[in-house]
Design a protein around this ligand. Structure first.
Ligand SMILES: Nc1ncnc2c1ncn2[C@@H]1O[C@H](COP(=O)(O)OP(=O)(O)OP(=O)(O)O)[C@@H](O)[C@H]1O
Length: 681
C-alpha cells in the first residue's frame, strides 16, 4: 500500500521538522498523507542514512513503511534493525542522562554518557593540550594543542631547551649536523577508532559465559530462571512475617528490633549442647534502618561484667566472607526473663550443615555408618581398593553415598579461610560444629555462625588477660575442624565416638584421596599442624580449583546483571512515560494529555504497544518494544511515523524530537508536583 505522493505538500513537510515552539496543535505538524490502515505506521529507516533529522522526508521514504509496499506483505518495521553506521553523517542528538529526566539513575552511565558521538570517535590518543599548562617533560611527548595536533618533543642542548614536532625533526637534525637515525619520537601507530552504537542495545551473552552453562533456552533479555528463583526465594524469606496470634509470647519490640520471626520450628527449651543454655533464633528488622538481622537469644543469662565488651568489639571488627558478622550484643527483659541477644547478619534461606548433611534422625542414628564402616564384598569403596587404584588420584565422586570429595575440599577451603582470619586477629572460633555452620547461596557458600557467644558466656572477669586462653582455643579449633571433616566424610556423628574414630579414619583412607585422609589425621593428632597456616600447603593446588569456580560464578553473575541493567533503565523510562500519557488532568486542564507534546507521546505509546497485524491480530514483539524504547532513551535521530487514532493522518518525527517532548512533559509534571507540595505546606 503506497501513499499518494500528490497529497504531500511542502508546507506540511516543513512542519514535520518541529522547528516551531510548543505547544502546538497537533494538526499543525501533520502531513496530510491519507492512510487506509492502522498498520501504516512505521519507522523510516532509509532517512537515517543521509537525511538530517531536520530534513524533509520524501514521500517515497514514507511509503516505504507501508506494509506490503515492498511486497513483503508484513509489517515493514518488524524487519527493521538498527543501523549503527547510519548515524555517521547525522548531527548527533543532544543526549541527556536519566537523572536529567528527573529520576535518580541506577546505572553508572547514561545512554548519552556511554554512547560516543560517531562524529568524534573516542580515541585513547586524546591528551590535555599544552594550553592547559602541563609542563613538557624532558624528551617526552605531549600534545601541542595546535590545530595540526602534531606531538611536540623537547631536547636540551647546551642548557637551551628546544621544542619541535616530528615534522621538524628531520631539518632540525640536518641543521645541527646530527646523523639521521630512526627517531625515538616517531609517532606511535594510531589504534583503530571505535564507533559505538548510538543507543543501548543488549549485546549477546559473552562467549565465555555462553559456553560455560549454555542451557539452550536461557532467556536473553532477562536473568536465568535458576538465579531469578533463588533471588526471589531470598526476597520472600527476607520480607516474611508471622501471624502474631500464632506467637502470642513474641515481643513486638526488642531493643531496636521489631517484626520478630522465629527461625526454628519451636523454641529450643532444652539446653544447647554447644552453649549449655536454652537458645532461640529470630529474624528481626532494625527499627531505624529497616535492615534484617538474626537475633540469637540466650535464655536466662545475666551479664555481670562489662569488661567483656573488649572481646565483643574485636568480633564486631572482624570481617570475613565465611563468618556470620556479629553486629552488637545487648541484654533485654523483653522476653520476660534476663536474656542476652547476639545480633548477626541475617542470611535468608540459610541452612545448617547439620540439617543439610545429617538429617534429624541421623544425628542420633547411624546414617548408614555401620555399612560404610564394615564394607562387605560388593561395596564400591572396598572394590576400588582391591583393584589397587592409586590413592593419590582417587577422588570420591559421591556415588557410594558419601559426600563427593570436591564438596569436602570446598568446605575445607572456606573454613580454613575463616579460621585464618579469626586466628590472625587473636581470636578463636570455638563453634566449629555442624549446627553452627551455615550453608547459603545455593549451598555453595558456608559461614561460621555464632562467633563470640562462647567468649561472652564463659568470660572470666577475674582473668588478668581475657585473651590468655586463645592459643589453646585456636588449637581446639583445628581439632574441631578435623572432627567436623570426619563426621562429614563418614556421613555420621557416630564416627566421632571414641571407639569409632579408628574405623572412621580407615573408612576415609579407603574412600578418599591420600591428601584428604592425611589432612584429617594431622588435624586430629596436631602432629604436623601447629597453626592454621600449616593447613595451606596441604590444600595446595586445590585453591586454584576454588578460585576458578568462584571466578566462573562471578562471570555468570556479571553476565546476568548486564541483562538486567538495561531492563532497569527501560523500566524507569516506561514509568515516566506512563505518568504522562493518558493523564486525566494537569492543573485542572483535562486536555493536557491530548495536546502538544503529550499527544505525540500518546501516539508513540500506541506505536510501541498497540499495533496490529494486517488481519487485526495484536502484534506482540518484544524486540520491537526494546528497540524503540532504547531509541527514545538515547534521542536517536532516526525517523518514526506515527498515526492518528482516526487513521487519517500520519506524523513523521524523530526519536530525538520525541525525547524532547518527553523531557518537557515530565519536567512539567515534576514542577506541578513540587509546587503542589509547597502550596500544601
Ligand atoms: N545468621 C543467620 N541467618 C539466617 N538464619 C540463621 C542464622 N543463624 C541461624 N539461622 C537459622 O536458625 C536456625 C537455628 O539455628 P541454631 O544455631 O539454633 O541451630 P540448631 O541446629 O537449632 O542448634 P542448637 O542445637 O545448638 O540449638 C537454623 O535453621 C539456622 O539456619
Amino acid at each position: 500500500m503506497m501513499a499518494d505522493p500528490k497529497t504531500t505538500n511542502s508546507a506540511a513537510t516543513h512542519h514535520i521538522c518541529f522547528s516551531q515552539p510548543y505547544p502546538l496543535q497537533w494538526e499543525e505538524h501533520q502531513t496530510t498523507v491519507p492512510v487506509r490502515r492502522r498498520e501504516l505506521v512505521g519507522e523510516e529507516r532509509s532517512m537515517s542514512c543521509g537525511v538530517r533529522a531536520q530534513g524533509v522526508p520524501s514521500v517515497n521514504s514514507i511509503a516505504e513503511f507501508i506494509p506490503g509496499s515492498g511486497g513483503s506483505g508484513g509489517l515493514a518495521h518488524s524487519a527493521s534493525t538498527p543501523s549503527f553506521h547510519s548515524f555517521s553523517g547525522v548531527g548527533s542528538p543532544s543526549l541527556s542522562t536519566p537523572a536529567s529526566l528527573g529520576f535518580t539513575p541506577m546505572t553508572r552511565s547514561s545512554p548519552a554518557a556511554s554512547v560516543a558521538s560517531p562524529q568524534r570517535p573516542i580515541s585513547p590518543q586524546d591528551s590535555p593540550s599544552r594550553g592547559r599548562g602541563s609542563p613538557p617533560n624532558a624528551g617526552g611527548q605531549e600534545d601541542n594543542g595546535s590545530a595540526s595536533n602534531l606531538p611536540t618533543y623537547q631536547e636540551n642542548v647546551g642548557g637551551t631547551t628546544y621544542f619541535f614536532t616530528a615534522q621538524d625533526q628531520a631539518p632540525f637534525a640536518g641543521a645541527t649536523g646530527a646523523t639521521a637515525s630512526p627517531s625515538p619520537f616517531t609517532a606511535a601507530p594510531q589504534p583503530p577508532t571505535l564507533v559505538f552504537p548510538p543507543y543501548h542495545v543488549l549485546p549477546p551473552t559473552p562467549a565465555h559465559v555462553h559456553h560455560l552453562r549454555a542451557p539452550a533456552n536461557a532467556p536473553h533479555f532477562f536473568m536465568g530462571d535458576e538465579l531469578r528463583q533463588h533471588l526471589l526465594e531470598k526476597h520472600a524469606l527476607t520480607l516474611a512475617h508471622v501471624d502474631p496470634e500464632q506467637f502470642p509470647d513474641l515481643p513486638t519490640e526488642v531493643d531496636m528490633y521489631h517484626e520478630l520471626v522465629p527461625l526454628e520450628s519451636q523454641h529450643n527449651v532444652n539446653k544447647s549442647s554447644i552453649f549449655g543454655y536454652a537458645t532461640s533464633v529470630y529474624k528481626a528488622t532494625n527499627v531505624k534502618t529497616g535492615l534484617r538481622y538474626c537475633l540469637y537469644r540466650i535464655h536466662g543469662y545475666r551479664l555481670n561484667n562489662v569488661k567483656v565488651t573488649q572481646l565483643v568489639d574485636m568480633w564486631k571488627k572482624l570481617q570475613h566472607s565465611s563468618v556470620t558478622q556479629l553486629r552488637e550484643v545487648f541484654t533485654t527483659k523483653a522476653f520476660s526473663d534476663n536474656s542476652i541477644v547476639f545480633v548477626y547478619d541475617y542470611h535468608a534461606g540459610a541452612e545448617t550443615l547439620a540439617a543439610r548433611h545429617f538429617s534429624s534422625s541421623s544425628v542420633l542414628g547411624t546414617n548408614g555408618w555401620e555399612t560404610l564402616a564394615n564394607p562387605q564384598p560388593g561395596n564400591g569403596a572396598s572394590e576400588s581398593s582391591a583393584r589397587g587404584i592409586h590413592k593419590a588420584h582417587r577422588q570420591n565422586s559421591g556415588s557410594n553415598g558419601l559426600l563427593p570429595e570436591s564438596t569436602l575440599w570446598n568446605y575445607i577451603i572456606q573454613l580454613t579461610g575463616a579460621l585464618r582470619t579469626i586466628h590472625t586477629q587473636g581470636l578463636a572460633c570455638r563453634t566449629l560444629d555442624p549446627t553452627k555452620i551455615l550453608l547459603t547461596d545455593n549451598k555453595s557458600r558456608i559461614r561460621v555462625n555464632c562467633c563470640g557467644i562462647h567468649d561472652v558466656l564463659n568470660f572470666d572477669p577475674n582473668a588478668a588477660n581475657p585473651l590468655a586462653n586463645m592459643p589453646q582455643y585456636q588449637q581446639d579449633d583445628l581439632m574441631n575442624l578435623g572432627n567436623l571433616m570426619v563426621a562429614l566424610a563418614c556421613n555420621s556423628y557416630m564416627a566421632l565416638q571414641r571407639d569409632s574414630i579408628q574405623t572412621a579414619i580407615e573408612l576415609i583412607n579407603r574412600s578418599y584421596s591420600r591428601d584428604l585422609s592425611m589432612l584429617v589425621v594431622c588435624l586430629l593428632t596436631s602432629q604436623r599442624i601447629k597453626s592454621i597456616n600449616d593447613v595451606m600447603p596441604m590444600i595446595g593446588a586445590r585453591f586454584y580449583t576454588a578460585l576458578e569456580t568462584a571466578t566462573q560464578r562471578a562471570d555468570v553473575y556479571e553476565s546476568e546483571i548486564s541483562k538486567e541493567v538495561h531492563n532497569g533503565r527501560l523500566y524507569r523510562l516506561l514509568t515516566k512515560l506512563n505518568t504522562i500519557v493518558d493523564r486525566h488532568q494537569l492543573h485542572m486542564d483535562t486536555s493536557w494529555s491530548e495536546t502538544g507534546d503529550r499527544y505525540m507521546l500518546k501516539l508513540f505509546r500506541d506505536y510501541v504497544f498497540h499495533q496490529s497485524t494486517e488481519d487485526g491480530r495484536p502484534w506482540l514483539d518484544l524486540a520491537h518494544v526494546v528497540l524503540v524504547l532504547n531509541k527514545l532513551d538515547a534521542g536517536s535521530p532516526d525517523k518514526i511515523c506515527l498515526m492518528s487514532h482516526d487513521e487519517q493522518n500520519i506524523l513523521v518525527t524523530s526519536y530525538s524530537e520525541l525525547k524532547r517532548c518527553f523531557e518537557r512533559s515530565f519536567a512539567e509534571l515534576l514542577q506541578a508536583a513540587s509546587s503542589h507540595k509547597t502550596s500544601l505546606s
